[in-house]
Design a protein around this ligand. Structure first.
Ligand SMILES: Cc1ncc(COP(=O)(O)O)c(C=O)c1O
Length: 371
């Protein structure tokens, strides 16, 4: 689905120098590159604070821990997402409340969110799925009316921008009370291993987040709250600092691939290319089609026989996972989510796609769709 080898080859000298620098300094934990990367990311993101951590799942967990929620508090989230978003809710003994997504954007439906709010709702976690922003203007309005904190799961949309109706714009992940992201290698800003970060503009929350991520420590060997040990490796920070300089270029490359796919698939009776919401810049972490009247598994096998990978993100929505049986969540009526999980398929999407690869993928999909 991605070509990380070729991407590395193009920036090899910068990456190798950054990695050697860390190795020679032997400052593997909390080396200066960690803070320097956090500052660069904060500047890129226009966020006051960036708290690096070990991965995107930890980022979500730490964000929720910083809110000091109580067992049984409700957290509203879409079911159509990667499991990490929802898993940490249950891990912290909170109650996930799964709501519907918008059929076109694949992101949380603001009206469904509004209806799901109860006096027990203590957080809202929208997900900017596949690189497209959830409707943050509406979400922040609803959250504001009820004074509920919002944690944006920005793991798939780093670099995306939200355009507000007053003409202002903000990077996704820096609009809510907190935002989280993942530096998993295949992400738009991916390291060479695991990594994650939390964004916030709130000074008090920032100190709490730092404390939670570092064993609840306020000063050395003084632990005020139960925390965890979640650090971004110095090596990853050094690599990510180099790659951050290329992020906008990488996003442009992804958008060009998406444009070509769009041109090929638009108007096809059985294939719906991804909708681009006018309120944001889609950064295409994934390029995901909706298929109707085409056997998705057969298309997957047909492409695989031609050495073309394709993926189904996600074949089982969170509310139907056994993990959540205790919440009886599979009884929740989420017909759009169910409909989408049966029909979506993602095509290769990356920064190093050649014209030949792209036309081979397109012609293979179209050939199958014709058959
Ligand atoms: C939407 C979403 N949230 C959270 C995560 C978790 O990130 P990580 O794999 O770094 O823990 C991912 C990563 O796959 C993701 O796609």
């Amino acid at each position: 689905m991605v070509d990380l080898k070729l991407q590395y080859q193009k920036i090899k000298s910068e990456i190798d120098a950054a990695v050697m620098n860390v190795i020679e300094s032997a400052l593997f934990i909390n080396g200066p590159q960690v803070q320097s990367f956090a500052q660069s990311l904060a500047a890129y993101h226009d966020s006051k604070h960036v708290i690096p951590c070990a991965n995107g799942t930890d980022a979500l967990q730490i964000a929720m821990m910083a809110l000091d929620l109580k067992p049984g508090d409700e957290v509203i989230t879409p079911s159509f997402t990667y499991i990490a978003t929802t898993e940490v809710i249950a891990l912290l003994q909170l109650t996930p409340v799964f709501v519907e997504v918008d059929k076109k954007t694949f992101c949380i439906d603001p009206e469904a969110l509004r209806k799901a709010i109860t006096p027990k709702t203590k957080a809202i976690v929208p997900v900017h799925l596949y690189g497209q922003a959830a409707n943050m203007e509406e979400i922040m309005k609803i959250a504001g009316e009820h004074n509920i904190p919002v944690i944006e799961d920005n793991a798939q949309a780093i670099g995306s921008e939200f355009y507000f109706s007053d003409g202002s714009k903000r990077k996704t992940g820096s609009i809510g009370t907190m935002g989280t992201t993942s530096f998993f290698p295949s992400k738009n800003l991916g390291g060479y291993g695991d990594g994650g970060a939390i964004f916030t503009n709130d000074d008090e929350l920032a100190s709490r987040l730092k404390m939670v991520a570092n064993h609840g420590q306020s000063k050395r060997y003084y632990h005020d709250v139960v925390g965890c040990n979640s650090r971004l490796d110095t090596l990853q920070a050094a690599i990510l600092e180099v790659k951050l300089r290329y992020l906008d270029q990488y996003i442009d490359a992804r958008r060009k691939v998406a444009d070509a796919y769009d041109r090929a698939f638009s108007g096809h009776p059985n294939i719906t290319p991804p909708f681009r919401a006018p309120y944001c810049k889609h950064v295409f972490h994934q390029y995901t089609l909706i298929l109707e009247g085409i056997d998705r598994n057969k298309l997957h096998d047909y492409l695989a026989a031609r050495n073309i990978p394709s993926m189904i993100y996600y074949p089982v929505p969170a509310h139907r996972q056994k993990m959540f049986a205790q919440f009886n969540s599979s009884a929740t009526e989420l017909s759009v989510t169910d409909w989408l999980t049966e029909r979506v398929i993602s095509l290769p999407m990356h920064t190093e796609m050649s014209e030949d690869q792209l036309s081979f993928i397109i012609s293979s999909v179209l050939e199958f769709a014709k058959a």
